[in-house]
Ligand binder design. Structure first.
Ligand code: N01
Length: 536
């Protein structure tokens, strides 16, 4: 029997494998894709690029990797990130630990044998004392259920399942549905190729300019000097690490302070500087942007002005202006030439909020009685986030109950790490953890280290089974639900609260209390002998 099976070989799964192997556990990885990379393996649509800066969207645990890898751009594109993850897998000799091209269909806890029995679609099976699910927070794509989709005579594709042989849009009529982070990255790229591009927009979101640039020798030298400090800040902050790498110190400082520390003129100047600096920094220019509605409105108004300045047709500009939700409560997008793209003659914005898509026909898509003829439809329609990859596995706990049943009213976890009724099972970046509301790479590292510490303590204490204590799960889940009421996050229908998936319970999915508070809770858990878990 294996000690541990790790499902998923993205950033989290890879590091988990490494850590457990270093600690002397027998461990095996299972990955649905034919290569490492996780989200970065699948999301290879044109324009796919990380909207967190490459220097800080990297592993921090390995001096060898740090020394030998050199990022070329401020915001790395998908191919470079995929090369990075491959480099790490090779450098640390992790590939031999992984069974690729195997999708886990079921994982069932066997009470008698005290182990997880895991099966894949290719017929591989495993028995493992512990199960770690590193299946990724945004890995299960959602295709909208639009009548007639099967009759479409052109081709359609989801951004998160982009074929390795990419579609050739040259001169073609293309429709993109969805204007979240994926949509706004791919729309400008497709517009450059397509004969005609229709963007079907349901909700206008905020997009800030990335202002991506090549990294210079001087940038790398500055990073080397500052990286320990920046990484330390980005481990604990929701704010830091979002766009402030290589930023002058004075600009960084203002982001940690509430808006009321500044006069209206100073605030405007700060926002203008951040807008020009580009990237995620503008998402949260003041510490209370996501807490105080008045501050949020002021930042949102600033961005609305920028959209009006950029888009030449005032009617189109008005349709692109986000309204009706607080800035940041739907994830703000970071893009390149997004608003400028609507000044092109071959791009047309179609409003599907007031008139939803009626149906797909063999020739195209019907909205408000008009048939838009299309050769391709690109669905940039997002993910069943945080829980989708887990609930799509037949995951059965101690009494045969599925995770779907356990989470019928929304996910309940202890520290976002484990679930009552599912002994010896652990998650990385799962619901109830800071996950997508933090630097995910660093949170994965933290959780994987914690799991390593915990399983080592189990081994040293001669224990082979842990169970989440029901009260501990209730307490943590209540805290996750309570802490979100202190911010504006719960106010908006977004994938953060499961609102994008029909029938999914509407509850906050990630822990919104910040990675610093989360780490402190986890440290207490380790230092106090793992209360919340019953060990035997
Ligand atoms: O998905 P989304 P995404 N009919 O859910 C629309 C990460 N990411 O793939 O807002 C019509 O944000 C939907 O409309 P509405 C990042 O965390 C990171 O873009 O629901 N429209 C929305 O416009 C991001 O937040 C990077 O009204 C429908 C869009 O589709 C997360 O992944 C890059 C519809 C979906 O937006 C998800 O981003 C890309 C329907 N039935 C993504 N259903 C990085 O750079 C949905 N929509 C790191």
């Amino acid at each position: 029997m294996l000690d541990v099976t790790v499902v998923g070989a993205g950033f989290g799964g890879l590091y988990m494998l490494y850590r457990l192997r270093e600690l002397g556990f027998s461990v095996r990885g299972i990955e649905a894709a034919s290569d490492v990379g996780g989200a970065w393996y699948w999301n290879r649509y044109p324009g796919a690029r990380c909207d967190v800066e490459s220097l800080v969207y990297s592993f921090t645990f390995s001096p060898e990797v740090d020394r030998e890898w050199r990022w070329t751009e401020r915001y790395a594109a998908q191919p470079e990130i995929q090369r990075y993850i491959s480099f790490v897998a090779d450098r640390l000799d992790l590939r031999p630990l992984i069974d690729f091209s195997n999708h886990v269909e079921s994982a069932v806890f066997d009470r008698e044998a005290n182990c997880w029995r895991i099966r894949t679609d290719k017929g591989l099976s495993y028995a493992s004392r512990y199960l770690v699910l590193a299946t990724g927070p945004i890995s299960k794509p959602v295709l909208p259920d639009i009548p007639g989709i099967g009759e479409f005579e052109g081709s359609y594709v989801h951004t998160a399942r982009w074929p390795k042989a990419p579609p050739d849009f040259a001169g073609k009529r293309v429709g993109v549905v969805g204007t979240g982070s994926s949509g706004i990255q791919t729309i400008p790229m497709i517009a450059e190729q397509a004969g005609k591009l229709y963007v079907f927009q349901r909700t206008a979101n905020y997009t800030v300019p990335a202002r991506n640039v090549a990294l210079t020798e001087a940038d790398i030298a500055q990073w080397d000097a500052e990286k320990d400090e920046i990484r330390a800040a980005s481990r604990i902050g929701m704010v830091s690490g979002l766009g402030d790498v290589l930023m002058p110190e004075a600009m960084r400082g203002t982001r940690m302070r509430p808006a009321s520390d500044f006069t209206p003129e100073q605030r405007r100047e700060i926002m203008e500087r951040l807008w020009q600096w580009g990237g995620g920094a503008m998402i949260i220019p003041f510490a209370d942007t996501w807490i105080d509605p008045a501050v949020n409105d002021e930042v949102a108004d600033f961005m609305r002005e920028k959209i009006r300045e950029t888009v030449k047709d005032p009617e189109v500009a008005e349709r692109l202006i986000p309204r009706g939700f607080y800035l940041g409560t739907k994830r703000v997008c970071v893009g390149t030439s997004y608003y400028e793209t609507y000044n092109r003659d071959n791009v047309e914005l179609v409003d599907i909020k007031s008139h939803p898509i009626e149906r797909i026909t063999p020739r195209g898509m019907v909205v408000d009685g008009t048939e838009y003829e299309l050769d391709y439809i690109v669905f940039a329609t997002g993910f069943d986030a945080l829980t989708g990859a887990l609930t799509s596995i037949e995951l059965r706990g101690e009494h045969g109950q599925t995770i779907n049943e356990a989470w019928a009213e929304g996910p309940q976890t202890f520290l976002g790490l484990a679930v009552e009724g599912f002994p010896n099972m652990l998650m990385l970046s799962g619901p109830g953890s800071p996950s997508v509301l933090s630097n995910v790479v660093q949170t994965n590292e933290f959780q994987a280290d914690l799991i390593g510490r915990f399983l080592s303590a189990m081994r040293e204490g001669g224990k082979t089974r842990f169970d989440v204590v029901p009260e501990a799960q209730i307490e943590w889940t209540d805290h996750v639900h309570e802490v979100v009421t202190r911010s504006l996050f719960g106010t908006t229908d977004s994938w953060y609260v499961g609102a994008n998936v029909p029938g999914k319970p509407r509850v906050i999915l990630p822990y919104a209390g910040g990675p610093g508070a989360y780490r402190a809770k986890c440290e207490e858990f380790c230092e106090d002998g793992f209360p919340g878990f019953a060990l035997r």
